[in-house]
Design a protein around this ligand. Structure first.
Ligand SMILES: *Cc1c(COP(=O)(O)O)cnc(C)c1O
Ligand SMILES: *[C@@H]1O[C@H](CO)[C@@H](O)[C@H](O)[C@H]1NC(C)=O
Ligand SMILES: *[C@@H]1O[C@H](CO)[C@@H](O)[C@H](O)[C@H]1NC(C)=O
Length: 342
């Protein structure tokens, strides 16, 4: 008798502890936003386990024999991915739901929603949509250019205020376009956008021959961020798309403010940022974001086939662990550091 009643107390305590984890998880699912306070590892692991058991490869009694059943031989590999093996997306749309993998699909949608909230928190309040893509910044820019190609069949050129970084240059070449390099002008000791040259190029080449303007916010001194407001205004005047390379700009209030203002006064079709440079996760992912939901959807549909879920998983774990308050604290620390104005 004594034993059993003692046990009852433990069971009650145990289910209370479980309820408090579950409450946090329910809140996340209801709101799709980063929790204010960061989660501890127990809550996070419980949540990831719950996602994993929703995927068919982890169903009890499952023996997969199809062409892609989420089988892995090594348990270390399974652990490394929290048994979320299916990846995201589905033949031809990285944002599509995979019926065999409800957990992985939920993970992907939830991550995009939490990341969107963070972009707003970092200064681009009117961003409408975004998605995590398992490619670094350069390749993600390429995907944006390839999506625009369908809308502008005559276009051959991309106007690019010069930034000394190889992968953003290659992003244009790989997509099959000819970069039209606009040299910067020296103002004081700063190198910045030559707006007059950009305007002249637009008129010389003709709007329909130009795929887009490819501008940059995050760059190293003496190069300063491009004049996004003016470029965005020119893009809407000539009806030319505008893609912004915001590689490490999420942590900089200045870069995020430029994007917000550019979109307010003119045209910004997409802005791209690195996951590792902004969210302290391994290299291999980026966020493509924009102000027109259906255009961002078009980019996600350009992605051929399915994709790795790892970048989404890493950034979701990181943001849940930090919480919105931890993330804001990091932003404030960066703002205080000298890196912010580069
Ligand atoms: C880091 C960086 C890139 C390229 O990033 P990857 O993620 O390596 O493709 C492009 N442009 C700028 C300005 C960068 O800082
Ligand atoms: C983790 O958080 C949950 C929910 O707030 C709490 O019940 C639990 O005691 C915490 N565990 C640890 C080890 O801090
Ligand atoms: C939004 O994007 C869609 C798809 O590319 C396009 O057809 C539509 O014109 C855009 N809307 C605005 C307001 O730019």
């Amino acid at each position: 008798m004594f034993c059993v009643s003692g046990l009852a107390i433990h069971i009650r305590q145990g289910s209370q502890a479980r309820r408090s984890h579950e409450q946090l998880i329910r809140q996340l699912l209801d709101q799709g936003k980063c929790p204010e306070e960061g989660w501890n590892e127990s809550t996070t692991e419980l949540f990831l386990n719950e996602l994993a058991v929703m995927d068919s490869n982890n169903f009890l009694g499952n023996c997969g024999v199809g062409e892609r059943e989420g089988r892995v031989a090594s348990s270390l590999v399974a652990q490394r991915h929290y048994r979320l093996i299916h990846g995201i997306g589905r033949s031809g749309d990285i944002a599509a739901t995979q019926p065999k993998a409800a957990g992985s699909s939920l993970l992907s949608k939830l991550t995009n929603s939490v990341v969107l909230d963070d972009l707003k928190l970092s200064g681009v309040q009117s961003v409408a949509s975004c998605f995590v893509v398992p490619m670094a910044t350069g390749m993600s820019l390429t995907l944006c250019f390839l999506t625009l190609r369908h809308k502008r069949p005559k276009a051959r050129y991309i106007i690019w205020p010069r930034t000394d970084q190889k992968s953003c240059f290659k992003a244009m070449i790989t997509a099959g376009f000819e970069p039209v390099v606009v040299e910067n002008i020296l103002e004081g000791d700063e190198l910045g956008t030559d707006l007059e040259s950009v305007d002249r190029k637009m008129q010389e080449l003709g709007a329909e021959n130009i795929l887009c303007v490819h501008s940059t916010t995050s760059c190293f001194a003496p190069r300063v961020p491009d004049r996004l407001e003016e470029l965005a205004t020119m893009c809407s005047k000539y009806d030319i798309p505008h893609v912004v390379n915001n590689a490490y700009g999420v942590q900089s209030f200045k870069c995020m403010h430029l994007i917000q203002q550019g979109a307010r006064v003119g045209r910004i079709d997409a802005f791209v940022q690195s996951l590792d440079k902004n969210f302290m996760v391994p290299v291999g992912g980026a966020i493509i974001a924009g102000f027109n939901k259906s255009f961002i959807q078009e980019i996600s549909r350009m992605y051929p086939g399915s994709a790795s879920a790892s970048p989404s998983l890493d950034v979701l774990i990181t943001l849940l662990t930090l919480g919105a308050s931890g993330y804001r604290k990091l932003l404030a620390e960066r703002k205080g550091s000298t890196q912010d104005d580069t």
